[in-house]
Design a protein around this ligand. Structure first.
Ligand code: FRU
Length: 493
């Protein structure tokens, strides 16, 4: 049975999407069908297609009662919308169907596990969330919430665990056929932790242990965990709220954290050995991963910063996902590269090699807002190292966004101050990159409203959105001192 609330959402999105011209949205980054989008949810492969659900408020381009939007794709780049999958229509989720994940059951059904939010009146006259874990089962289009919901609630929580901050279940199947679920929670110390639950059948769940406690080390509450094996190690991705910057790490307030370490599957013990940010730009949060059938671990995040969601209330849509990025470990670090399917969208190759210059130049054929561009920058003068190199893009007489590199400090900076924003939101982020002798290699991908920069084959990644008018498609290069560059650019279609 499809509820009235879901029917209404489906009718609304179908009617309203027609009012949004395709050119007003990203081309190969998933954005909401209409209205608001945040976290990726239920990222999975089911019935021959990749499925992506998302935190969704169809009726308004601001956060509101959370639904799950839904889209499918064969290559993770061309997405087709399906009708909204979940609406807040039960008592236990009447205030929102928050983030969660998906898995295929042995009988072929698709299972979604999400956080149901129910708001309780407090004695002081306010409201406070009660968060529980709930299940809906379906066929890839329609999903039915099960009668036993919620399947995990405060009764299942050990002493000291908050029932107010208890969300974002990520399920996976172990090699022995049983199921595990990692859920973000706030313990008594007010920070975050990840709880591990186990199940024989994916419906009845038991608390197993605290997989890892934050102990106020990285921010506060930990949201949206994902936990998987990668290149012989185990990786926990989570998005802590309220992080403090440390050197060049964790500058995003609500940021993203990657912990890499050892996991003993017998005893469910995870020992973290190293930590890093996942993305060093401005806009990235709450990523989810899947393992593709050919063994690649692919991650997609919400390409947005919670503190920078400032936009016109009239906008028909807001929020977009990042590129799908293949993950791998190299020298103990998490590396990311755009999935290779993107290469198939490349056309109109333009190459400029060995261009030495100082001051400002533009290059024939180098422009565009849907492009894939590789740059190698090196000193153009053996005697004197240049001070600064910059590439300006999404540029016209008035606007541009810039990526600039100072070799003496090894700092790469993204700056969207002149992108057309009229608000005092964060516009810059700096990243300390590895470079020797003033040489740097990076690849930047633009898709109308965003830039994602993969430095040194994915050692650092910086993502930022910018909503500059699409007519601003110029690109220019700037050098203080003498630099020598190679540029290879493709249009993406
Ligand atoms: C993270 C988050 C999740 C929650 C969802 C609500 O961005 O706060 O923890 O499930 O968004 O929309």
């Amino acid at each position: 049975m499809i509820s009235q609330a879901l029917l209404e959402a489906r009718k609304y999105e179908e009617a309203m999407e027609k009012r949004i011209p395709k050119e007003d949205k990203p081309e190969f980054h998933l954005s909401p069908r209409v209205g608001w989008m945040n976290d990726p949810n239920g990222f999975s492969f089911y019935n021959g297609k990749y499925h992506m659900f998302y935190q969704y408020h169809p009726y308004y381009s601001q956060w509101g009662p959370m639904h799950w939007g839904h889209a499918v794709s064969e290559d993770l780049l061309h997405w087709e919308y399906l009708p909204a999958a979940l609406a807040p229509d039960e008592l236990y989720d009447k205030d929102g169907c928050f983030s969660g994940s998906a898995i295929t059951l042995p009988d072929g059904r698709h299972l979604l596990m999400y956080t149901g939010v129910f708001q309780e009146r407090t004695r002081e006259g306010g409201v406070s969330d009660i968060q529980t874990q709930c299940i809906a089962v379906g066929d890839g289009v329609n999903y039915e919430k099960i009668e036993q919901n919620p399947v995990i609630d405060e009764k299942d929580l050990p002493e000291g665990c908050s029932r107010h901050d208890f969300r974002d279940p990520k399920i996976w199947r172990k090699s022995d056929g049983t199921y595990c679920c990692a859920i973000g929670n706030r313990p008594a110390d007010g920070s975050g932790q990840i709880l591990l639950f186990t199940s024989e059948d994916c419906f009845k769940w038991n608390f197993k242990k605290v997989l890892i406690a934050n102990n106020n080390r990285f921010g506060k509450m930990w949201e949206c965990p994902d936990f998987f094996e990668l290149d012989g190690k185990w990786v926990l991705l989570t998005s802590p709220q309220d992080m403090l910057p440390e050197g060049f790490e964790y500058h995003n307030g609500n940021g993203t954290l990657c912990l890499t370490g050892k996991y003993d599957e017998e005893t469910d013990t995870f020992i973290a050995e190293s930590d890093q940010s996942i993305d060093y730009g401005i806009d990235f949060y709450a990523p989810q991963t899947i393992l593709t059938s050919d063994g690649r671990r692919v991650m997609i995040g919400w390409m947005q910063n919670w503190d920078a969601c400032v936009h016109s209330k009239e906008d028909p849509w807001f929020g977009q996902m990042s590129l799908p990025r293949e993950l791998f470990l190299k020298n103990g670090r998490l590396y990311q590269k755009p999935i290779r399917e993107l290469d198939e969208m490349r056309c109109n190759k333009v190459v400029h090699q060995n261009v030495s210059f100082s001051g400002i130049i533009s290059l024939d054929g180098i422009r565009g807002r849907k492009i894939d561009m590789e740059l190698t920058v090196r000193p153009g003068d053996e005697q004197e190292l240049y001070q600064k190199f910059a590439v300006r893009f999404a540029q016209n007489e008035q606007y541009y966004t810039a990526l600039s590199f100072r070799p003496r400090e090894s700092i790469l900076k993204v700056d969207r101050k002149f992108s057309g924003s009229r608000r005092a939101i964060v516009h810059q982020r700096r990243c300390q990159v590895n470079t020797a002798d003033g040489e740097l290699k990076f690849r930047m991908i633009l898709d109308r409203f965003s830039v994602e920069v993969f430095v040194n084959d994915g050692e650092h990644v910086m993502s930022a959105t910018m909503y500059t008018d699409q007519g601003a498609d110029g690109i220019s290069f700037f050098a203080d001192g003498c630099v020598n560059i190679d540029v290879v650019k493709y249009d993406l279609v």
